[in-house]
Design a protein. Sequence first.
Length: 66
Amino acid sequence: MHLEVGDRLLVTDRNAYGSSHVCRVLSTWGLDGAPPYLVLRYDTGTEEILVPNRDLRIRVLTHAEV
């Protein structure tokens, strides 16, 4: 998965009965937009590290403008 700073994501936890949240990518720590990502969660207003794994479904809602 390759993301850009500013991308807006819908993250769904498959193990938490479909619990989901929307967040924005603040920075990418891997090479060329690879994970892990620092994201801002809109529901809590907190920053957290997002590491994609098979328990999470991540969908890009909007891409950052270039």
